[in-house]
Write a protein that binds this ligand. Structure first.
Ligand code: HEM
Length: 517
């Protein structure tokens, strides 16, 4: 409702509307006629009729119980009949590409007055455009899909394909050549891992973990083996459609028999003439329910081989019900004597383990970037809530115990961000082979750090939000989602303990032979 069409009222005029059937309230200088709405109010009519609320300024009470978005929902926005004379609303939604002014709610490079050696103008342009895209296109879809558990709509997939978001999520490389990135905001030559970090960070801010996995996580991990090791004819057949969002691919490695212990897999392929015959099962396959193609790790004679399998006879998928939304498409995949041409082999026969391992650093980095960004979102939520929530007659933030929790939360997210930016800078300056040699262990340690601090922050946030932190709607909905889903980050792409161990083992391997105290 445009404010110029609204009447202005004095506080005294509003105060006259203070009874059942004639009930007004004020929230942040906006006057609402809730006379008829009172009986439909999800919080009940009685709470609106008490002396301190009916005909009064109920701003503090309102924001102690509702997210501001409630006021912008069309069915509630139309309850506004006017404004208070001489007052202006203070609380406004952020514009689609606006940066939050809440301290630590954004990484420091985005905060006014802060500088960073890592980001240039192209990153700033890119971030602004990406935030707008997330808020206008992706977040509404995320909220829908997270709730109904359905796959992302073809319309949104097409849009993201057109903007080359899917291609960019694979990182910098020749697959970006000649593409128009995010409507031309930057060139493929400019695109680096910090742009990619921005994509994953902006997505993480949706706070809808299942949806974020549904949003091409399978492509990010399932396509690189084809791009890096697949025969050109197979690439030509599959890659364009996948990058355009027309088809989905996923990575099928883990099994009920083998998770972090990849070598324990049992899915077996043998050759019959020009064909592979594959039998076995795969479990927890992200996007598997919807996928058109499967990048499958198989045991073969003398080793492991990675094979590209299209959805075909003998291959079936069924959804696995997990703690997060089925919009992620987490599947149990069965291969029953599935036949595919030998030309679908990715990399050398028997050398599949190096194909599998080559994928892991990038996957882990992507997971931790999304996870850290959501962790920061939670810090922002806790800062806001602890200021606006009154308990024992004062704001939560006036309790030392709450401030102590906030101190730990902020320190965790800031330390991880600084480490992440350092690692990303190294990625920008190393070949993938160098990264595997020099920073695979660091990425694993960073992932362990981000996921363990994320879960500590999720726990702290539940103490600050109380019952709301375990409620899927209302004030604590982002806390609830993060608390429920942050363990995923600590498992997917390598379990937290395994990550720590990998990091230390790599460090020990690199110890100089003559190192002594
Ligand atoms: C324009 C005015 C208001 C609108 C449109 C409104 C709308 C809503 C909605 C949609 C909910 C469901 C929960 C949510 O989505 O967050 C809710 C819950 C509630 N509302 Fe309101 N409300 C208004 C004013 C108030 C006021 C002034 C009070 C003051 C006491 C109040 C007390 C409550 C309570 C106690 C709940 C339940 C909260 C919970 O379950 O945690 N509401 N309201």
């Amino acid at each position: 409702m445009a404010s110029k069409q609204l009447k202005e009222f004095t506080v005294e005029e509003v105060a006259k509307h203070n009874k059942e059937g004639d009930l007004w309230i004020v929230v942040d200088s906006r006057v609402y006629d809730v006379s008829r709405f009172a009986n439909l109010h999800p919080g009940g009519a009685a709470v609106l009729l008490v002396d301190t609320i009916a005909g009064k300024d109920a701003t503090n009470a309102f924001f102690g119980l509702h997210r501001q978005e409630v006021l912008y929902r069309p069915q509630y926005a139309r309850l506004q009949v006017g404004t208070i004379q001489g007052q202006q609303p203070l609380i406004k939604p952020l514009a689609a590409d606006e940066i939050s002014q809440v301290p630590y709610a954004e990484p420091s490079w985005l905060s006014p007055g802060f500088s960073s050696p890592y980001y240039n103008e192209s990153h700033r342009r890119f971030q602004k455009a990406m935030r707008r895209l997330v808020n206008e296109v992706i977040l509404p879809e995320a909220i829908r899909c997270e709730e109904n558990g359905k796959r992302i709509s073809q319309e949104v997939m097409d849009k993201l394909g057109e903007l080359n978001i899917i291609a960019m999520r694979l990182g910098p490389g020749k697959h970006l050549k000649g593409r128009t990135l995010l409507g031309g905001v930057i060139t493929p030559e400019e695109y680096d891992h910090f742009h990619e970090l921005i994509i994953s960070s902006e997505l993480g801010r949706c706070g809808t973990r299942g949806f974020i996995d549904g949003l091409f996580a399978g492509v990010v991990i399932g396509l690189p083996p084809l791009l890096n090791f697949g025969p050109p004819e197979l690439q030509a057949k599959i890659v364009p459609d996948v990058l355009a969002g027309k088809k989905l691919i996923c990575l099928a490695i883990s099994e009920a028999f083998a998770g972090s212990d990849v070598g324990g897999m049992q899915t077996y392929a043998y050759k019959d003439g020009n064909e592979w015959v594959i039998s076995g099962t795969k479990k927890w396959i992200t996007n598997g329910t919807f996928a058109d193609y499967f990048t499958v790790a198989c045991k073969t004679e003398g080793g492991y081989t990675v094979i590209l399998v299209p959805r075909c006879d003998g291959l079936s998928t069924k959804p696995i019900k997990t703690a997060y939304s089925s919009t992620a498409g987490t599947a149990f995949v069965t291969f029953d004597k599935v036949r595919v041409p030998v030309s679908n082999t990715l990399g050398k026969e028997g050398k599949g383990m190096s194909v599998i391992l080559s994928n892991f650093n990038h996957e882990r980095w992507m997971i931790l970037v999304v996870s850290l960004s959501t962790q920061r979102l939670i810090v922002g939520e806790c800062l806001k809530w602890s200021q606006q929530r009154q308990a024992f007659g004062k704001a939560l933030s006036s309790q030392a115990v709450v401030r102590a929790k906030l101190a730990h939360m902020i320190s965790r997210v800031e330390s991880a961000q600084n480490w992440l930016e350092n690692v990303t800078h190294q990625m920008n300056n190393m070949s993938y082979a160098e990264q595997s040699d020099k920073i695979a262990g660091t990425i694993a340690l960073l992932k362990q750090y981000v996921t363990s601090t994320g879960r500590a922050t999720a726990e702290d946030a539940t103490q600050i939000f109380g019952g709301r932190s375990v409620t899927q709607s209302g004030m604590g909905k982002l806390i609830e989602n993060y608390h429920r889903t942050s363990p995923y980050d600590a498992i997917l792409g390598g379990a937290e303990d395994v990550m720590g161990d990998l990091g230390v083992r790599q460090a020990l391997r690199k110890m100089p032979k003559n190192a002594r105290l």
